[in-house]
Design a binder for this molecule. Sequence first.
Ligand code: UDP
Length: 278
Amino acid sequence: MTSRAEKLDEFRGHPGFEFIKQDVSNEVAVDGVVTHVLHLASPASPLDFPDYPIQIVKVGTVGTYHMLGLALAKNARFLLASTSEVYGDPLVHPQPESYWGNVNPIGPRGCYDESKRGAEAFAMAYHRARGVDTRIVRIFNTYGPGMRADDGRVVPNFIGQALRGEPLTVYGDGSQTRSLCYIDDLVEGLLAVLEGGDDLPINLGNPVETTMLELAALVVRLTGSRSQVEFQPLPTDDPKKRCPDISRARELLGWEPKVTLEAGLARTVDYFRAALAR
Ligand code: UDP
């Protein structure tokens, strides 16, 4: 729903690659041997939440159920992409996996937050009751090349605005923080969890925290833009702070992010510059 078929172009000629289009919220059927099931499907931008709340609840709950069923039937290892949103607007900072969160179930983010919390419960249930070999990763804000220009999340918004010479839309007073992880680090983390993790959740994210105003200034500098900042209302239930405690990933997997925010943003700026020129 929120991606494009062209993103698979670079894999299409590969002999080990096959694309089968199915909707995991309806049913999943895969012939032959399956060794790993990675359930990564879901819209994840807050901009998508008002447009697709039902699809988001379905893919997190019913979709997870179907993917766990596939893993059970095939005796495959299962990985769930959960989210830092399970911590909601956190009252503990930084957030360790042991924190249960502070989530509004009926707010505009509830469709995403609660379905991912339900997905975690589904994974634990299949692990405990059926012995499925499950992994749960709680992914914190991640960015990088390949994101939609109209994704709506802060990095593509700021970069696109800076490159077009438009004002950067800072929501609220910009003092809220996020901790931004570059995509390559995150992918390495996912693979490390798949191989070396256990059944309990593992935070994956970059623990370097930044305010949205600092991020805006950095994007302006990296793009060489003359854009100013324009303040807009803070969305409902927007978390004030977010930062992963990644001690568990460090100890269990020896994993930690390597790409600095500046280096990751520079690569992302290059991507969007080329995409805008097309
Ligand atoms: N944000 C912003 N301007 C934008 C988009 C987002 O100031 O154009 C803020 C948003 O209010 C939030 C942070 O950036 O505090 C991260 O938002 P995003 O939508 O990227 O992800 P979230 O972490 O909220 O799921």
